[in-house]
Design a protein around this ligand. Structure first.
Ligand SMILES: [Fe+2]
Ligand SMILES: [Fe+2]
Length: 278
């Protein structure tokens, strides 16, 4: 079990966000903004999955998971809140969030479905966020220094994603989830996640007026496929998920531990209330 601390981030999200806050780079800004747009709806789904998964556990196994589930819910709820404030600034910049309504519609048929499906989807998404988080923590300079608030927000979020990467997975296993459905959901989540990210990034760039600039495409090429490109560095860890003996904790969390130690002045730990029934 992982000891999950809920932290209040000491950043001021009242101030507006500069248009190209990510090192003046239109592509990276549009991509990060797209991901931020997906979090309020996505993280609510993860919270609901984990809460319902916890409730479905036999009574004698709940104690084993209680603290971790509380930590998970507290962390994701805090992420949602800050990304909602972030997204409100993006709206003022003229960006339109298409991802959220599409995701809501897609999640509707899951209402009433077995909790293992919810957890399978959540565990797959959490694997995506964990490998992306590790990439960010190792390549923090790519966030630039134009808006130190957002740099801190992305790295704090990354550090916590890495911390709680096994919660949904462990609940899925504890409830008897099988390998076949786990990887089936990962394949589907991969298609949806990549398509949604691409569509929203393009939409953001179009609104920003930078979609057809050479510098945008050059940045996309290097950020995704360059020497330390996102696709190049995350492909292998993504593939690991398909192994029968995979567990999220097999993947390194040292960068997350290090960031949290070195940046303790950026947050205060807070208690968790009412996340799951006592
Ligand atoms: Fe999160
Ligand atoms: Fe998460």
């Amino acid at each position: 079990m992982t000891d999950l601390v809920v932290r209040r981030l000491l950043v001021d999200m009242e101030k507006p966000i500069p248009r190209h806050w990510c090192a003046g780079d239109a592509f990276r800004t549009a991509l990060f903004d797209a991901l931020s747009m997906s979090f309020p709806v996505g993280e609510q789904f993860f919270i609901d999955s984990v809460r319902n998964g916890f409730k479905a556990l036999p009574a004698d196994r709940q104690d084993e998971f209680r603290a971790e589930v509380q930590g998970f819910v507290g962390q994701e709820a805090t992420h949602r809140r800050l990304h909602s404030l972030y997204n409100a600034h993006l709206e003022k910049l003229g960006l339109v969030n298409d991802w959220e309504p599409r995701a809501r519609k897609r999640l509707q048929p899951l209402e009433g479905q077995h909790v293992l499906h919810w957890l399978g989807i959540t565990a797959a998404n959490e694997h995506f966020t964990a490998i992306f988080a590790d990439f960010m923590l190792h390549n923090a300079d790519l966030l630039g220094d134009r808006d130190p608030r957002l740099k801190t927000l992305w790295l704090w979020h990354s550090a916590e994603e890495s911390e709680h990467k096994s919660t949904a997975f462990d609940l899925y296993q504890a409830l008897g989830g099988n390998h076949e459905w786990r990887v089936k959901w990962m394949r589907r989540v991969t298609v949806f996640f990549l398509t949604d990210t691409l569509m929203q990034t393009v939409r953001n760039l179009r609104r920003d007026g930078t979609l057809w600039k050479w510098s945008t495409w050059k940045s996309a090429g290097s950020f995704l496929f360059g020497k330390r490109g996102l696709v190049r560095l995350t492909y292998q860890p993504w593939k690991e998920y398909f192994r029968h003996d995979f567990h999220p904790n097999q993947q390194d969390s040292a960068a997350s531990v290090r960031w949290l130690q070195e940046n303790s002045h950026q947050f205060t730990p807070v208690g968790q209330r009412d996340a799951v029934p006592a």
